[in-house]
Write a protein that binds this ligand. Structure first.
Ligand SMILES: Nc1ncnc2c1ncn2[C@@H]1O[C@H](COP(=O)(O)OP(=O)(O)OP(=O)(O)O)[C@@H](O)[C@H]1O
Ligand SMILES: [Mg+2]
Length: 298
């Protein structure tokens, strides 16, 4: 539980990461709903381009944080990487102009910004904006599938330096350093601090997903970001394992759940396989209670 709620009154950010389709959005929604119901002012944000989040929550999700109807304490926002990229480009170019860079240099920067990296940087930039707004006690981030997320996290460190140096180079590199440090350094430090952020890897209990999630978790560790939680989704409840087919899968899953625990050595949360698609507040409430309820009493 300590890894989900704020400690020492400081904002806690929980990132749900993992391959496509493993249940990041479901885990994020159930967690955010649970946190809000515990009384924490919570922001749920997603970069899911399909805007799937709105379907799961049963309410539209916009580009600015809005309270979710019917559930106090929960605000929801989506980050559209394309729209964010436009705003981001404009900001960098305006800054360059404000610092008196000649039009030729501006054109070079503009060209440089026309890269797929910009969308990821911009999404990250938006995330920083929300995470540092100070308005929420908990922030739940439903991240894009693993590859994107890792790139998004690696980029700020290297790429932002490049751009900032280009913007400011002939002006004052100390200023450039400060800008990069302020905007990205603080948030990277936050992501490395287990008191303030938690990376939760979502997977299903089978061999390949575990190996892949573990590899991604090691990659994250090279950035100095520890994994705080593992989440196993689509777990067949013991009481449902009453046919030869479901029993066999249940036995297999138990084996892989043990493997997740051995590999990750962090607390493991499980989400039961449901007979239906996960949608709507009542079901999310129930899932949140199943994920966290017992732990609270412990
Ligand atoms: N425990 C579960 N029981 C039944 N269905 C589930 C469960 N978890 C997720 N699903 C369903 O599986 C699909 C994928 O889940 P979800 O959208 O949360 O994955 P995701 O990791 O966010 O995917 P993406 O990488 O595409 O964003 C959805 O249709 C969802 O309703
Ligand atoms: Mg998703």
């Amino acid at each position: 539980m300590a890894r989900i709620v704020p400690s020492d009154g400081r904002q806690r950010t929980v990132f749900f990461a993992g391959k496509g389709g493993v249940g990041k959005t479901v885990a994020s929604c159930a967690t955010a709903v649970w946190l809000a119901q515990q009384g924490w002012r919570t922001l749920l944000l997603t970069t899911d381009p399909a805007a799937h989040l709105g379907n799961v929550l049963g309410a539209p999700v916009g580009d600015e944080p809005h309270p979710l109807p019917g559930l106090p304490n929960l605000w929801v926002v989506k980050i559209d990487p394309k729209a964010a990229a436009e705003v981001y480009k404009k900001r960098i170019l305006d800054e360059a102009r404000a610092h008196g860079r000649p039009e030729k240099a501006i054109a070079v920067i503009a060209e440089e910004l026309d890269s797929p990296c910009t969308e990821e940087m911009a999404a990250f930039d938006r995330f920083i904006e929300f995470a540092s707004a100070g308005a929420w006690q908990t922030v739940v981030f439903d991240t894009a599938p693993t590859g994107h997320t890792l790139r998004m996290l690696e980029l700020p460190v290297e790429w932002s330096k490049q751009i900032d140096v280009k913007v400011f180079s002939s002006v004052d590199t100390a200023v450039a350093d400060d800008v990069a440090k302020q905007r990205f350094g603080d948030v990277i430090e936050m992501m490395r601090d287990p008191q303030r952020s938690t990376f939760a890897f979502v997977m299903y209990p089978e061999s390949t997903p575990i190996v892949e999630a573990h590899r991604a978790s090691l990659e994250l560790a090279t950035l100095g970001i520890p994994t705080g939680l593992a989440v196993a989704n689509f777990v067949i409840p013991a009481e449902q394992a009453d046919t030869p087919f479901t029993h066999a899968r249940h036995v297999m899953q138990q084996h892989y759940l043990a493997e997740i625990q051995a590999r990750f050595a962090v607390p493991l949360l499980t989400i039961p396989l449901l007979p239906e698609e996960v949608q709507g507040l009542p079901l999310l409430t129930e899932l949140g209670q199943q994920m966290y309820g017992q732990l609270v009493l412990a």
